[in-house]
Design a protein. Sequence first.
Length: 312
Amino acid sequence: MSAGFLFTLFFIALIYLIRKTFIIVPQQYCYVVERVGVFKGALEAGFHFLWPVIEVVKYRQNLKEIAIDIPPQMCITKDNVSIAVDGILYLRVVDAYKASYAIENFMLATQQLAQTTLRSEIGKLILDQTFAERDDINSHVVRALDEATDPWGIKVTRYEIKNISPPKEILHEMEEQVKAERVKRAEITISEGEKISRINRSVGEREEAINISEGEKIKKINEADGKALEIQLIAAAKAKGIQMISESISREGGSDAVNLQITEDYLTGLGGILSDSKTTILPAELANIAGVFEGLSKITGKLPDLKTDKEA
């Protein structure tokens, strides 16, 4: 062999030994090391030295949170409706030793377990509940998976349902139901509006009637107060007039004046009656006219006896 070939071979072997001897573990990774086929230890992030040939890195575990896509699968609801459901699962490795030796492929196993758990949870619900209770379904799946994967050194952090796809016939029925609900809500809204409008009109008419009645009441009260005040004023005026007449009578010559006034009023009234009537009525004997004045004198009690010219 030539010296160049030997040098090249030696150089390649040296590079291989260096790579197998000096190990740099990246951040958020953990390397599982075996010595002659037996677990030696787990290397965390940093620079490490291994014995060449007898010590090797058997597993490289990623400690970051990992997202696993859960493919669509057919699930049967409690009311016997077949729906296609898919989702996404989030997990991370918390124990590199268990994740390496407790199960062959923890990602595949977790994915299969997520599908079976989801089918079980969907089977407990009717179709309408699967749409309304997605958060509850996600929580139940996470709780079940986290408990089942704990021996594997896996922590399930979250599960989210992406799509729930019912058959086309069910989708059509759901669309029709949604349309019917919209029409129903629209009719209810219109009826409620008409109801409120009628109530508002009735309240307005009621308030208008109350205002009118209150106005009429106040008007009548004011009219009654006006009439009462008018009566009071008239009564006061009459009382004042009577008082003035009384005072006039009590004066000297007042009685004669009153008697004369009464006589004039009587004659004036008699003259009015005679002028308005088509038939003139006179006493049977004109001489008895004195009786009239004597009657007046009885009324007043103050007039002097009148004598006719014949008696004189």
